[in-house]
Design a protein around this ligand. Sequence first.
Ligand code: 13P
Length: 255
Amino acid sequence: MDKQLRKVVIAGNWKMNKTPAQTTALINEIKPLVKDAKCDVVVCVPYIDLFAALEATKGTNIKVGAENCHWAKSGAFTGEISADMLKACGVPYVVIGHSERRTYFGDTDVTVRDRTRAALDAGLTVILCVGEYLEQRQQNITMEVVRQQVKIALNGVSEQELDNIIIAYEPVWAIGTGLTATAQQANEVNKGIRDLICELYGKTAADKTVVQYGGSMNAANAQELLKQPDVDGGLIGGASLKAADFAAIVAAASK
Ligand code: 13P
């Protein structure tokens, strides 16, 4: 599989952090530091910060994403936001299936599939998150778990639609813990995901699909992770909230 065929995507996942004013300030700090990036740069921000992020990134190489979307087009779903609404606001990316959504808010493989479907139908690019819990890794079922998550999420997704899906492998035990998967562990699962895409869609699709790693990626470990043949970028939590750290990861990806 040829890494040159794929772009590298570094995406920040801000989670539940930053007000609109803080969003503008952080993006203004990031902007000059990443302007020469040789990879795609995305910041995924809370819904309430989307307009500030869109405004602050105008005319730059930074793209904006939301952190979730609902599966219905509209309706009686208090507190939710639809994919069509995001599209209408000019938001191009959306994170779906993050482990925090799965763990704390009841997202399942099936609702992740439905949200993915809605996002693709709306014309959004999906960052689809998958990953195992520590107990699952200890039981040696990581690949089964991840394959099931990917397979269900992609159920009904055409090869053409797959162009609008980035898969982010995020081992749950590495998220926000400071414990990073080794470069070898990350690459092993990312390669397993690519092999699955090859089984489902063929080699051309597998060669093109961007598979990121996420979980305590930071300025110090990014380069080692990103140089792995099947790691095509990162989904960054904590380190994406500090302009210099996020920019250092973008620089590592631009090498
Ligand atoms: P951390 O980088 O803070 O571990 O978070 C990773 C993550 O969950 C990105 O979606």
